[in-house]
Design a protein. Structure first.
Lengths: 762, 110
């Protein structure tokens, strides 16, 4: 049998760092252990153990015992290397600056990208029960998408009654909470009046998630429906330094009501998929009782926490039973109603679930801050490319100056420098510069982190442990880069033959073979990255400057905050009358919603054919305010009573209906069996009411209050001459007309530029 | 008490070196600790501790004779010096003194 031998590299490595006078004893002990291990556990594992044991010897207690005269000379030499390096950096300040700065930019980018990737991976990790908390999702057969390869709709919006039902009926479920975020309401405490975003949850919310309650008792919160839990920031906003617990605050959400503060909760960190500032019990949602009865309404995200011993397959089966129990009748109806027959083996509705930490990267399901793991990969790739370019840059620059160092190399060799010492010297020099780059790069990270956060829509903070972690990653990167980048010049320079060099017979042609392809590669990579960024920039420009088909400039969007009733229409009318004499206000229009902030889409059958169209409530001022072009017909007119039931359609709808003379058509979107439907009075040119990536979809405008809805959003166009003064004037009028309502506004172009907001049903 | 102080692991290694006498070298001490105390320790930790004890003067070392095992490498044998023995003894006595101060209660089931 062949004699088993330990891995030579581990053996050799240890010998290098081990003080020679200790070496024999240590080596003997390791070998003895190895021989023993070979007999006990076999050669493969023995080798692994040998490596482990040997590497464990790399510790200060051993390394620091390296002493003796040899080291003294070494230390002198190292000091000399530092001195020479410093002199060289000083001598060629500009070159050193370019070299170090290039590398620091590369490092800064890599560190920022590392922060981004780390942030993406850390989402929702702060919850102690994170692996038992699941978000329930619907997967339902979408009869409108029958043709598509994946005709299912997936969403986290579920029935209001699902959460309580699951908790009550399923043995696996320990806690359940619903989570509705985004509804806005007016808060009033004393003279403080603001609009706030509300989040409706259930009592179990406080037991499931690890958001710390600073005040209040998790067991007793939300026993009553008129309780409210605030984050400290909101509490200070209204109550200042007073103790908020037990205070009562008025919330106007379709009717004024008084709420008692019973808890103060830690605000969610930026790496949380759940965002909230004010928590209210679910029972306060509008139409709560109706939604609890109605299993056909999907508007409530639901989270459950399973018992630790829960069987996932049993859970899935029980979810199916819930559908069977509450939905079977309705699903049968849906199946029958479908225009195209649905195969019998297709399930109309299923529940699926996603573990809490996986929500952030589950891009199929729309959710606050949801992201795509692809971004991390792409950015990681870019980081590698940038680092590669920085490295190449570093090497080429170092090489070009190497010629001027050749005399030094020659002299050093003549006085007895070993080749290994020269390699050591030049590697060290390269490392010194690389470490300077790291320091600059870290400074750049600190400098650019706020803009980076803004750009990526993140809230990364550089805490001390994170900074240390980042620095150690950066240091590892720097060492690798410095060594790789320094290796070629150092090997190259140390190869000079002293006699040749000193005689001046040195040829610089040596380096061309190596640097040329490097420069070409670097150039190609840079060009590639520049082209990529130009393309991305163009894409952004496209979104901000493309003609949308309507005029989005100088239009203020103001929610009326008057609920969903005639009152809101009156607000718009009142405001319009009041601003008629104002030179700074061009026009005032009312609509159901601004663009990119949610929409209504109706589905219906016309002559047995499944149709769908987007719907916006409008008034006669809508089309002029937005500068939408009417290609045929006329605008709405309040003086014509019949106009409450007419529609103005877009060209896409005309094409969808295959009309040749649209002004003589009726659009029967209400499935009216008696009449012919709404008369078409006008056609508008297609405009981008959806995001730019989407095609023009059929859309119509209507003034039908009962079927389309009230004008809950006011659009005010101010004079382009002085937007600031116009805005100030609008604010004054608002304050004068509605002193008890906060003035909330956005500009239409801001709304459009926002990434499409997740659809937030109230 | 002497002004030198011994850590718990140092004391353990020093005691083992005392027990093993002429056979006290790195590997043997690791094995001995495992057999007598049931504790897994790493070879490098024992080595470092032995060198530190040597610095403090509680052990001294010399190279043993070559054998056919261990690839012909000699063992570094450690012997406890008088100072080491005195240290061990004083630590033991100090502990016994302290032990005596504990009221001798009977153990009762609670």
């Amino acid at each position: 049998m062949k004699e088993a031998t330990p891995p030579a590299w581990a053996h050799g490595l240890l010998q290098k760092i081990c003080p020679s006078y200790l070496w024999e004893g240590i080596e003997g002990d390791l070998l003895e252990q190895f021989e023993l291990d070979v007999e006990l556990v076999g050669e493969a594992r023995a080798r692994r153990r040998f490596i482990w044991n040997a590497l464990r010897f790399i510790r200060p207690g051993i390394i620091l015992r390296n002493k003796g005269s040899y080291n003294v000379i070494n230390a002198i030499m190292v000091a000399n290397y530092f001195k020479v390096a410093a002199r060289n950096i000083q001598k060629r300040k500009f070159y050193s600056f370019i070299n170090a700065f290039g590398l620091s930019i590369g490092l800064a980018f890599c560190m920022l990208i590392a922060l981004y990737i780390q942030d993406e991976r850390e989402f929702d990790q702060m919850h102690a029960n994170k692996n038992q908390i699941y978000r329930i999702e619907e997967k339902s057969f979408d009869t409108w998408m029958n043709e598509s390869p994946d005709p299912y709709r997936r969403s986290a919006w579920l029935q209001a009654a699902l959460g309580p039902t699951l908790k009550e009926e399923l043995p696996e479920v320990e806690y359940a909470t619903r989570f509705n975020d985004g509804n806005r309401a007016i808060f009033r405490y004393g003279d403080k009046v603001f609009t706030e975003r509300l989040t409706y949850v259930d009592k179990d919310f406080f037991s499931m998630f690890s958001f710390q309650l600073r005040k209040g008792n998790a067991e007793r919160i939300f026993l009553d429906k008129s309780e409210v839990v605030l984050t400290p920031e909101i509490a200070t906003k209204y109550f200042g330094d007073e103790d908020p617990i037990g205070k009562s605050i008025e919330i106007d959400n379709n009717g004024k009501q008084s709420f008692t503060v019973t808890g103060i909760i830690e605000p969610p960190p930026s790496q949380s998929s759940l965002r909230f500032a004010i928590l209210l019990p679910q029972e306060n949602r509008n139409h709560y009782e109706y939604n609890m009865e109605n299993w056909g309404n999907f508007g409530t995200p639901t989270f459950v926490q399973l018992r630790s011993d829960a069987n996932m397959e049993g859970f899935k089966a029980n979810l199916d039973k819930v559908i069977e129990k509450y939905m079977s009748k309705r699903l049968e109806d849906w199946r029958k109603e479908a225009v195209v027959p649905i195969p019998a083996d297709v399930k109309m509705l299923e529940y699926e679930f996603t573990m809490l930490p996986d929500i952030h990267l589950k891009k199929e399901i729309s959710w606050d801050k949801v992201s795509d793991s692809q971004y991390s990969f792409i950015l990681g790739g870019i980081a590698l490319l940038i680092m590669l370019i920085a490295c190449i840059n570093y090497v080429s620059l170092a090489l070009t100056t190497s010629a001027s160092r050749r005399v030094e190399v020659g002299v050093r060799k003549v006085v007895g420098a070993q080749r290994s010492q020269l390699i050591y010297q030049f590697s060290l020099e390269s490392l010194i510069l690389a470490i300077i780059s790291l320091v600059i790069g870290f400074g750049l990270v600190l400098l650019f982190l706020p803009s980076f956060n803004e750009f990526t829509n993140k809230g990364i903070e550089l805490t001390l442990p994170k900074a240390l972690q980042l620095l150690s990653v950066g240091l590892a990167l720097t060492l690798i880069t410095g060594l790789i980048a320094g290796s070629y010049p150092s090997l190259f320079l140390s190869r000079f033959r002293p006699a040749l060099v000193l005689k001046g017979g040195f040829t610089s042609r040596l380096q061309a073979g190596f640097t040329k392809p490097l420069v070409v590669l670097q150039f190609a990579l840079s060009a590639f990255l520049i082209i990529c960024s130009i393309m991305m920039y163009r894409q952004m420009r496209f979104i901000t400057t493309k003609d949308l088909g309507y005029n989005k400039d100088q239009v203020l969007i103001i929610p009326t905050q008057a609920g969903w009733n005639e009152e809101t229409d009156r607000v718009i009318e009142q405001f319009r009358t009041r601003s008629q004499q104002e030179p700074l206000i061009v026009s005032v229009a009312g609509t159901s919603s601004s663009f990119n902030q949610g929409y209504s889409r109706y589905g219906f059958k016309i002559n047995g054919e499944q149709k769908s169209a987007y719907v916006y409530a409008a008034d006669p001022d809508y089309i002029p305010t937005l500068g939408i072009q009417l290609t045929e017909g006329r605008n709405f007119d309040v003086k014509i009573p019949a106009d409450s039931d007419v529609v103005i359609v877009n060209e896409a709808l005309v094409r969808d209906m295959k009309w040749t003379d649209p002004l003589n058509e009726h659009y029967n979107w209400r499935e009216d069996s008696v009449g012919m439907g709404s008369r078409v009075i006008g056609v508008v040119k297609n405009y981008h009411f959806l995001s730019l990536e989407q095609n023009f979809e059929p859309m119509f405008l209507s003034m039908d209050k009962h079927n389309v809805g009230y004008l809950t959003t006011m659009m005010v166009k101010v004079s382009a001459n002085d937007v600031t003064a116009g805005l100030a004037r609008v604010r004054e009028i608002w304050k004068e007309l509605y002193p008890d309502k906060p003035f909330d506004y956005t500009f239409l172009d801001e709304d459009v530029a926002k990434p499409t907001a997740a659809i937030n049903a109230g | 008490m002497s002004k030198e102080y011994l850590g718990e692991f140092e004391e353990l290694v020093l005691t083992m070196a005392g027990i093993l006498q002429e056979e006290a070298y790195g590997n043997a001490i690791v094995t001995e600790i495992k057999e007598r105390v049931g504790r897994e320790v790493n070879l490098s930790a024992v080595h470092v501790t032995l060198y530190r004890l040597e610095d403090k003067g509680f052990v001294k070392s010399k190279m043993g004779g070559a054998t056919n095992q261990r690839g012909g490498r000699r063992k570094r044998i450690f012997t406890v010096t008088n100072a080491g023995l005195a240290m061990l003894r004083s630590m033991k006595e100090a502990r016994i003194d302290l032990w005596k101060l504990i009221p001798q209660l009977k153990m009762v089931a609670i």
